[in-house]
Design a protein. Structure first.
Ligand code: AMP
Ligand code: MG
Length: 357
């Protein structure tokens, strides 16, 4: 199947995009070999990972990497994560895999973990947006693994959404955003984790978590007890600040609807949202934690706990837009574990509009 859409935003050339259905439990090796060839020869392929769908290019091909930025409309100062099939393959891309990185990779890879290390000369500054460090990750999704192996090169891949939009966790989301802008999209089912990888900077003395994600803070601390969390995770970056994670500067994960997070004990949150709904004029939506009744145009249950919230959040945010909802109130109650990753994505999708009750 192919799809074609007028993709003339940001001067992206209109392409016919192949959509390739792949069965995760029975991967067709000829099909993956062809997709790997598209990557190794400079094309762009979107593929599922255990976190979200990625938009891949050969990390050693500057032209292909630049096309990622064009296809997404991504600011060129926001670096990309480079994906490998195996820890052993990372050594060419970095100056050294230090002891802390070895420990983390041994414990959590393949999986939703990204480590920042000093880069080698083989990785160009187009990938790292001018930084001397590179973000590396080994995804566990079997389709991602097979594709990277078939390409024979490291794969630079951000999330496969238009910059600023909620990340894609189904192939439909990728088709909605990327049709006509890239060479191929692998339809490989829904993503398990639903939020992106945990990004941890190990290029300095103290391990710093720059983005919470699929591996929790508590899991990281069980291996590196002195790990700290970057202050920009839960607040906006002011104009005079330079965050360590350039992506933190930008509007992120935002649907067209105007989102407000209401955070606290769920019973208090529900009373507050009920009173807020009375004052709205546009089409209203509520994202609930478990079942709840509201007088709103669309009520979507995002799941019973923060693990389910993480898995469904981006999909639900997109559903509000598909239903032309103007204003969304998001129930949220913090806990350990996945709570931090959900809170980070939610706060950003709401532009930090948060009501604490
Ligand atoms: P995405 O590509 O959408 O998954 O986002 C990747 C995130 O990792 C962005 O927020 C980037 O700014 C961040 N990142 C990638 N490489 C580096 C690096 N070398 N140093 C700091 N942050 C990085
Ligand atoms: Mg992204």
């Amino acid at each position: 199947m192919v799809c074609l859409k007028n993709a003339n935003i940001n001067k992206v050339i209109i392409l016919e995009t192949k959509i390739v259905k792949t069965d995760i439990s029975n991967i067709d090796s000829n099909q993956i070999a062809e997709l790997g060839r598209i990557l190794s020869t400079g094309g762009l392929v979107a593929f599922p990972t255990e976190t979200v769908y990625g938009l891949g290019a050969n990390a050693y091909d500057d032209n292909a990497v630049q096309n990622i930025f064009k296809a997404k409309g991504r600011p060129s100062d926001n670096p990309l994560i480079v994906h490998f099939a195996d820890v052993g393959d990372i050594k060419d891309a970095v100056l050294e895999i230090n002891e802390k990185a070895k420990l983390l990779f041994d414990t959590f890879s393949p999986g939703p973990l990204t480590v920042i290390l000093k880069k080698s000369e083989k990785i160009s500054k187009t990938v790292t947006a001018g930084l001397d460090t590179v973000a590396v990750r080994i995804p566990s999704n079997p389709i991602a693994q097979a594709l990277i192996k078939a390409s024979g090169v490291p794969i630079a891949a951000p999330s496969a959404n238009l910059s600023g939009k909620p990340s894609p966790t189904t192939s439909k989301h990728v088709i909605d955003d990327m049709c006509g802008r890239i060479d191929a999209i692998i339809d490989g089912g829904n993503c398990e984790v639903g939020v992106e990888s945990t990004v941890i900077d190990l290029s300095g003395e103290i391990p710093v978590i720059l983005r919470p994600g699929g591996i929790t803070y508590e899991q990281i601390c069980s291996v590196l007890p002195n790990a700290v969390i970057d202050k920009h995770i839960l607040k906006s970056v002011s104009a005079d600040e330079i965050p360590k994670c350039p992506g933190m500067k930008y509007k992120h994960y935002a649907p067209d609807a105007d989102v407000t997070v209401v955070e606290g004990k769920i019973c208090d949150v529900r009373n507050k949202i009920t009173s807020l709904l009375y004052r709205q004029t546009g089409r209203t939506g509520v994202m609930t934690v478990g079942n709840a009744e509201y007088k709103a145009d669309l009520v979507i249950n995002v799941g019973e706990d923060n693990k389910a919230y993480a898995k469904n959040l981006f999909k639900v945010l997109r559903e509000f837009d598909e239903n032309n909802i103007d204003v969304v109130f998001a129930e949220f109650s913090y806990d350990d574990g996945y709570g931090l990753a959900v809170k980070n994505r939610l706060y950003k999708s709401a532009g930090n509009k948060v009501i604490l009750v």
